[in-house]
Each structure stands twice: as C-alpha cells, then as structure tokens.
Design a protein around this ligand. Sequence first.
Ligand code: COI
Length: 356
Amino acid sequence: MSIITSNEIDLVKAQTSKINAVDFDNLDFGRVFTDHMFVCDFKDGKWQKPQILPYQAMSFEPSARVFHYGQAVFEGMKAYKDNNGKVFLFRPDQNFERINKSAARMAIPGFPKDYFFNGLETLLNLDKDWIKSGLDNSLYLRPFVIATEPAISASPANEYRFMIICSPAKAYYNEPVRVLFAEKFSRSADGGVGFAKAAGNYGAQFYPTSLAQEKGFQQIIWTDASTHDYLEEAGTMNIFFRIGNKLITAPNNDRILDGVTRKSVIQLAEDLGIECEVRRISVKEIKDSARDGSLKEIFGAGTAAVISPVSAFGHGDEVFEIPENQDSYSKLFKSTLLSIQHNKIDDKHGWRHEVK
Ligand code: COI
C-alpha cells in the first residue's frame, strides 16, 4: 500500500480497483461503494488528522455509544460529471451547514469546513472514474458522523468518527410512487429532531412504512403530530402539491427537513414564472382538490429521489389516483435541475461547485 502524507490528509490508496466488477447500468441504490472512504476521528477534544483509506469494514467496541443511543447524523449529496469529464457538486455548502446543524442538535461537535471540502475533493479526485456522465447517472455521497466512544452511560460521547462513503447511483424510485397520508404514527414533533438528518428519524419510519407497503403504498406522507390534519414531508423527500397551476409546499419548521432540492425547486419555480406558495397544506384541501379535479400533481424532491412523481395517495380507506399530466411540472423541474447539475445549462444562482 502506498501511504502519501500531505499536510491535510493521510492517504492510503487501494491496491486494486473494484470498478470493473460493477454493472453501472443495473445499480440498486446504495449497495455498491467506490474504492476509497474518508475518515476523521474526534478525540481529546479535537478533530484529528483526516485520512483517506481503501473502502473497508471497521471494528468498534460493542459499547460504542452510537449502538445504544443512536448518536448519529448524516448527509446526502451527489457528484455529477459533464460530457467533458468535469466533476461538479451541487450546493455543497448547504450540506456542510446542515450536517453541523444536525450535529449540534445531537450534541455532536461541529466538523471543520476545510476538512469537509478537502476530504470531499480529494476523495472525488481519487474515485472520479466511478462518476459516469449522462443525466441519469451520479455518485451519491454519504457524509456521516457516529459516536464511537466505548461507554454506555446515557450522555454525549467524547469520541466520534466522521466519514464519507460514495456510491454510484441511478434513480432512487424507478416508478411514480403511491403514498399514504399518516393518520396514526408521527415522524417528528415540535421541539424534536425532525429538521435534522439524525439517523433515528429514518429508522423510526421503517415500521409504519412497512405497514403502508402491505397496503400497496411505497411511502408515507407524514402529517403534523398533534392533529394529523396538515401534510409535512415524505421522509426520504420533501413534498410539493400542484393545484391548478400553483405549487404548494409546507414551510420549514423544526419538524421538517430543510431540503436542498426543496429550496432549489422553490427558486426554480420563481425563475420559471410558476407561482409557489410556502404554507400549511391540509389533508382536506388535497382531498377536495383531488375530488374536483384541480389537483394536477404531487411530487417529492430530495437528493436521492431528485424529483419523484406521486401517482396516487391514500387516506384512511380512500385512494385517490392522480392522472398523468401532459404539461407536468415535475418533469420540468427534474430536467432543469439535472441540466444545471450536469453543467448543461446556465447556472445563474452559482449552485454548481466544480471539483478541481
Ligand atoms: C437523500 O436524499 O440524500 C436522503 O438522505 C434520503 C435517503 C434516506 C436516501
């Protein structure tokens, strides 16, 4: 193994690449990982020197606090390659800020900005062959932090590991999704951690989602925990409704993830002259608009999901099918977003970040 020590990162290169064994046309989301990973430990009150290592299994003591108290946060980002081989990130500053907001809520120390960006860029330069060009290809990046200190008293850890792993990705949802509006279970509550990308926010959805799947729905649209009357987010994505020609999405609050794709769609709507209201949206309003035919579309927006159309929603015993729309906003937002991300059209908001 060659060990290169720079001022910023200790680098151990993989001896051989796994890339030739990968079928890039048939990728199941999040199952294949690139040759390298970024690792940085926190101990003695500070983040230690970062490393890039061959992607590999790690060992932790069974008492590591993450296993007991779920002290863990993560991010979802993507790298894109244009037709000339240039690599781009999309609004990475937003992910950097958000992981530190999530960390603060979970009593995890903030990660330094230069470590984050040097780590990402060095990793992407090493593994750039794993990023394929073309609008349906990307490299999904998963920065995350876990509490590694071997101690099981219920208190914040003194030791953590920050990592970035990378997985080549195609679509997260291959088909339009059927969603169920939540009536009993809740994803988050006022004063809770719903706004954070805390690992437990996702794990806690698996059981209710599996019940919804038994009824033929792939995802739940979470409603407010106190009344279940207002629609909030889908758990893997934020959610937009189109009534007539107007878009509506729920406002950010401490129950809802401040999605990067969500805020980009709101901006693109303004650029494209599409009216977008950010306000509370009731289950009743959506059911009434489905009944009178004014509900034209529902779609989710997220990094992994990009823009995912919803083909039907359920509430109680009722199911409402949403007919496919000819002048679909979701297609328009998806193609505009992907074209910006892949350096195909002008980036007037400065969202692209070239990896040099
Ligand atoms: C993302 O879109 O990056 C997410 O974090 C959703 C994920 C649970 C796949």
